[in-house]
Design a protein around this ligand. Sequence first.
Ligand SMILES: O=C(O)CCC(=O)C(=O)O
Length: 242
Amino acid sequence: MTATLQSAPPILTAQQVAKFHRDGFLALDAITTSDDVARIRELLDALFDRFDELPKDLALDLGDVKTHGGKQKTPQINMASQFEPRLKETLYFRNAESVARQLLGGTVTPSWDHAILKPPHNGKSTPWHQDLSYPAHSSGNWDIVRLGCNFWMPLQDATVESGCMQFIPHSHLGNLRKHHPVGHDPKVHTLETDGVDAARAVPCPIPAGGCTIHMPKTLHYTAPNDTDVPRRTYILFFGAEL
Ligand SMILES: O=C(O)CCC(=O)C(=O)O
């Protein structure tokens, strides 16, 4: 895949803004530069190396029970910027804020960020869910994020095989569905909703440094990483102040 990586924030067209509000998601080929992606990869790799030392309520396995002593299947670090504040100084952070303002209008608030690593052949999907089904994060507040933008930026090319994002168009316009922990196991953090018509899914393969952007109620899914390279992603959420 190739992308024109840029340092200035992308300026969205009226069609892109309309598409985001109509479909509930948007994909961009580039939101930052390759240097910035390399910097974020370096910062996050160092954080994943310290995974076991981080607080268990923020560093958990999305692909298994939340906390365990075995090999991590899909480790996630919530509020990664609390542990590595330099993430907030990145071009990605600045550009995403500008794009969020273009999409939502007015003032936007960065509510939280997280990093997810799918190791090679991790064998675990991230099941269909709506972000709004998760209880408000301790550092977030769903009252200000019912309208918001979730930026999902891969740190290497993301394909269907490696677990790029897939969305159900228009699902942000419906109700919040019932969700349950995977396997109905209360020790599992990851929520899923049943009965999604996956035939309607739109996969969004994007290059490293590109991003997808979705709303809090947009149904989404990622497949297991079925490649030989780790699939890492850094996710930022900006809420609209209504
Ligand atoms: O990266 C993944 O596997 C899932 C990401 C996700 O669900 C999200 O960003 O809301």
